[in-house]
Design a binder for this molecule. Sequence first.
Ligand SMILES: [Zn+2]
Length: 362
Amino acid sequence: MKKISIYFGIILLTGCVSVPTRSYHPAYGTKNTGYFELNDFCKKYRLRYDFNTLDDIVHLISQDTDVKMLIDSHYILYNGRIIPLKKVPYYSKGKIFIPAELAGVVSASNPAASVSSQSLPPGGYRFKPISIRTIVIDPGHGGKDPGAISRRGLKEKYVVIKIARYLKRDLEKMGFRVYITRNSDVYLTLKGRVQYARRHKADLFISVHANSNRSRKIRGVEVYYLSEKYFDSESKAVVMAENAPFRSSSGLFPKNTQRIIWDLMCVENNTISLDFANTVVSTLRSMGFKVRSPKGAPFYVLKYAYVPSILVETGYLSNLHEEKLLRKSYYQKQIAHGVALSVKILNRHYAKLVNMAYKGRQ
Ligand SMILES: [Zn+2]
């Protein structure tokens, strides 16, 4: 216990040290514009900060200001209200950089601070249909983590990477920008996977897995979306298996209170994730796949990607019939195509909603 508390003490940096540097991030802005280095920002607006490297949350505090932001996330929690930012805070070479637009938020609430020309970003947080452009595909497991293994020795990590590659190819043909968390047999932490999704500003995150069950009779494709509760005891078993790499590194889990705050942000993502899960299920069913109803479950990769996400279990390696199918490239291609088609269908559906809302205003 003593060791753990010392470790926590070291990673929690507190206070504002005056370092007169300002920098830029090639991906996010031009030199000296659009960003403040965290120390400069705190000094200017008379704030203190905490940065917890475990969960990437920056906490800015003054008498009447309380801002929490997540590295690489467009959403901040400002005095209990969720506010979207155009740019994201980021971490580079031991320093944290804060979008300058945050100055508008802070100075509006803090009369002691100098007035900024930035205006307060629109507040509130409602469901908005998104335009899907960037997709991150996440083939599960890899390297030292084989995932499920069939009786005949087929490893999940090899099956899912093939399906993920077909999915990438199909989505790219449809005009989407696609990134893949691993394109070879390497081990990735769950935290690494979700950070990758945030870094690439994914509009959708698709995790690809293959299932296993003690009962060899159970079969079918399953689609999971993020939920606080387990759909049933069976989905709990699936979550335990897929979250396994995370259990061995429990230090990565954000502290309880911080988790609750960031959970708020999942509300909108949940709506899109559920829409997406339903679309995948109906599309695959129409293609003749045996698909079980979508299920909610608290998967780590879905929760901390902070983007709409689903997890597809592409079949049961423990079922002899499906194990044979999962080996076949035509099956791998078909299921990948079904998921890609679902992205296209959902995107078209959201475009229609936006169009209707636009016409309604005229
Ligand atoms: Zn898996």
